[in-house]
Ligand binder design. Structure first.
Ligand SMILES: Nc1ncnc2c1ncn2[C@@H]1O[C@H](COP(=O)(O)OP(=O)(O)OP(=O)(O)O)[C@@H](O)[C@H]1O
Ligand SMILES: [Mg+2]
Length: 258
């Protein structure tokens, strides 16, 4: 198959994920319920597993996850998901999980899992004695890779606006990000990716394999659909998204409501 042909085929795959049938299914289902639940509980943000479930419903790849209510369950879920796993606090009173000792990475055994569960509960109780603890989010540990950020804010003037950039210090120091007003087309998604200065890193450099840019474009398109469908989203932050040679994985997701 020649290159042009290959591009057309890939383009088709990308478009097939945006069929109207999928849109209707998503709008009527799980996602609306998650937003309603947060509102009913008086929350202005979604918990990480809720935000990731919303992402998944919109075809944005996330880490495998399960909520454990006991240390024993956390060990069982780790085995089901496969080691290494990551544990995080699930609490409506904790937005920055890491700051309260609510994140433990690289859990590798039953023993580790039970210890980590108890350690997180202990840490959170110490930092925030009145925090309600719903459980511990057990998730797959995504292998390290190039980290990118996909964001959205609701601009007072322009409405839902999307952001793309590189993770960590790149974003903070270089302000190396691109913006588009939603909804975006596939072409605009690709432009958002290619116009950041660090783009050559994604194309592969010094023998590093190129990253899966098709998947990144799809994530941007699906994020655009999400923020257009759900205008109650004030801010969305997929940070970081690990991008691989094939595929990508959202490691942390935050959704703030109006
Ligand atoms: N499933 C995972 N796989 C691999 N790394 C992870 C995973 N979850 C978290 N991490 C790493 O741990 C860091 C902190 O986790 P997380 O972002 O969930 O906590 P946080 O409280 O939101 O922290 P921050 O406010 O700094 O974003 C992440 O930025 C990422 O580098
Ligand atoms: Mg985070």
């Amino acid at each position: 198959m020649d290159k042009a042909c290959e591009r057309v085929r890939k383009g088709k795959n990308l478009l097939s994920s945006l069929q109207p049938r999928n849109r209707l299914l998503t709008l009527s289902g799980k996602v609306t319920k998650i937003f309603e639940k947060a509102r009913a509980e008086g929350r202005k943000f979604l918990l990480e597993h809720e935000a990731k479930t919303v992402c998944k419903e919109y075809g944005i790849p996330i880490t495998a996850l399960k909520i454990a209510k006991t240390a024993e369950e956390a060990a069982k879920f780790s085995e089901e998901i496969g080691y290494p796993t990551v544990f995080k606090i699930v609490s409506p009173d904790v937005i920055h999980k890491f700051d309260v000792g609510g994140v433990i990475l690289n859990i590798n055994s039953r023993e580790d899992a039970k210890k980590a569960y108890n350690k997180i509960v202990e840490n959170v109780k110490k930092h925030k004695p009145n925090a309600k603890i719903n459980g511990i989010l057990v998730q797959e540990m995504a292998p390290c890779s190039t980290e990118v950020i996909v964001g959205a804010i609701k601009d007072a003037q322009f409405g839902p606006t999307l952001m793309f950039g590189f993770g960590g210090t790149f974003v903070e120091i270089m302000k190396d990000v691109s913006f588009r007003i939603a909804p975006i087309t596939e072409e605009e998604a690709r432009e958002m990716i290619s116009e950041v200065k660090a783009y050559p890193i994604l194309r592969g450099y010094r023998g590093q394999p190129p990253a899966d840019i098709d998947t990144l474009a799809k994530i941007l398109l699906n994020t655009s659909r999400l923020v257009m469908d759900h205008q109650e989203i004030k801010e969305l932050d997929l940070n970081p998204v690990m991008v691989y040679e094939k595929g990508a994985k959202t490691v942390d997701a935050r959704i703030i409501l109006e």
